[in-house]
Design a binder for this molecule. Structure first.
Ligand code: PLP
Length: 444
């Protein structure tokens, strides 16, 4: 392969490094819905990078905004000082959020957003006189990034077992996937949502005192664990239970934010307003690292009202909180969303996307297909003794055939840029189908 760099020094995240280095897959450019590899092959991007390049690659508006910002104000101290773009970006993001979630804390990533949200929840209860509300609840198969808070409330076994539990005082409720009941359901599973949500209440009342629970954090759609959808009514019922017991509800919208489901946020899609929303990824269209935590105004105001005058209300933040370059990228991205109405575009494409995804039913290895908005999960039968091997082989085959998909365990996760065209959607799923058929013929 031409132009191959020295591979010795870079330790890749969430990657089988030795395997990768034996067959490196490197990109050198990207434009629109396509990547170019270092050996000059073109790949249709079926993953929006890592769920983040919602507006398509190489957006000139973002590039010029970022370049201008770098030349104008490259950095301003984030503590005790700031810069106008930070306030502008917060205002614009607040306007983009569901009503009421209009106080914004900026971070550098989805992981930092998760930990920030959890810390705000804990601190909120302390500052309002409830220090015993100090337990956090997550979900099995949840993913909230890799920092210690997110690790603790996360529920992907493989991510936890290398490090232990992360934090004490954390519990997990069940995830929402029931293939036995819902295999090949198009869109949301219809049944079982209320009963499943009621298990949360049962768990906190029998195993904990609900008055000790600070917050429940959930991804409205569990993305990283392989596209696990909430059954109808589930999230609404969680909201009711949280309200009943004074528990803060946090939606981790790092994947579901910014049009992925055909609405701005999943909160809008499901008509359920959490107390805190975390986001990142498509906030800057993946161009510059940035995350954000949107908090209900009452929560923010409780910090302002209950802290000594002149004192720091929340002793938390990052050197790169509201980095000027990230703010410039976020503002340019929000402009693109406003002018191109990408949420509506995704909503308009979702029926075609659903049809294309479910056309894979009946092909070799395919055990379940799940979809919502412009996300699909294709769960494959495990090859005995080789967990994940079928999905990895499919990913490689698609890569050879010019399409980038993502795999997690035995599940292919598809989430193209929201700028994808119908014929590209057809090509995306057509290629996956061809890859599966070829692999079966080759006896994988
Ligand atoms: N939360 C969710 C729901 C995610 O999907 C991710 C990343 O995929 C994260 C948090 C972590 O984000 P980051 O990798 O930017 O730290």
């Amino acid at each position: 392969m031409s132009d191959l760099p020295n591979l010795d020094h870079y330790w890749l995240p969430f990657t089988a490094n030795r395997q990768f280095k034996s067959m490196p897959r490197l990109f050198k450019a990207a434009k629109g819905n396509y990547y170019t590899t270092i050996d000059d092959r073109t790949l249709l991007d079926g993953t929006a990078g890592l769920w983040c390049v919602a507006a398509g690659h190489g957006r000139e508006e973002i590039a010029s905004s970022v370049a201008h910002q770098l030349r104008t104000l490259d950095y301003a101290p984030a503590f005790q000082n700031s810069h106008p773009l930070a306030f502008e970006a917060a205002e614009r993001l607040a306007q983009y959020m569901p009503p009421g979630l209009d106080r914004i804390f900026f971070t550098g990533s989805g992981s930092e957003s998760a930990d920030t949200a959890l810390k705000i929840a804990l601190a909120y209860h302390r500052i309002t006189g409830n220090p015993l509300r100090n337990k956090l609840i997550g979900r099995e198969r949840g993913y909230h990034g890799v920092n210690f808070g997110g690790l603790a409330v996360g529920g992907i076994a493989g991510n936890r077992k290398a490090f232990g539990n992360g934090l004490p005082g954390v519990d997990h409720i069940r995830h929402t996937l029931d293939i036995g009941l819902n295999a090949f359901t198009r869109g949301l599973p219809q049944d079982g949502g209320i009963a499943l949500a009621n298990e949360f209440e049962q768990r906190i009342t029998t195993l904990h005192d609900p008055a000790t629970i600070a917050a429940l954090i959930v991804e409205p759609m569990q993305g990283s664990a392989g596209v696990l959808l909430p059954p109808v009514g589930y999230l609404k019922r969680l909201r009711e239970i949280c309200d009943k017991h004074g528990i803060l509800l946090i939606f981790d919208e790092v994947i579901t934010g910014f049009g992925r489901l055909g609405t701005r946020f999943a909160a809008d899609y499901f008509g359920v307003t959490p107390d805190i929303i975390t986001c990142a990824k498509a906030l800057t269209n993946g161009a510059v690292p940035m995350g954000a935590v949107a908090v209900k105004r009452e929560i923010h105001d409780a910090f302002m009202a209950n802290s000594p005058a002149g004192g720091i209300e929340l002793p938390h933040g990052y050197t790169y909180t509201a980095h000027p370059v990230a703010c410039a990228a976020a503002l340019a991205t929000l402009d693109i969303f406003a002018s191109e109405k990408l949420e509506d575009r995704a909503a308009g494409l979702s029926a075609h996307f659903e049809q294309a995804a479910h056309s894979l039913k009946g092909l070799p290895f395919v055990k379940d297909i799940r979809n919502i908005g412009l996300v699909a999960g294709i769960e494959l039968e495990s090859i005995p003794g080789k967990p994940g091997a079928a999905a990895f082989a499919t990913y490689l085959k698609c890569y050879e055939m010019g399409v980038l998909v993502r795999y997690t365990g035995d599940i292919l996760a598809i989430s193209p840029p929201l700028t994808i065209e119908k014929d590209e959607i057809d090509r995306l799923f057509g290629t996956i189908g061809e890859a599966l058929t070829t692999l079966a013929a080759e006896g994988e």
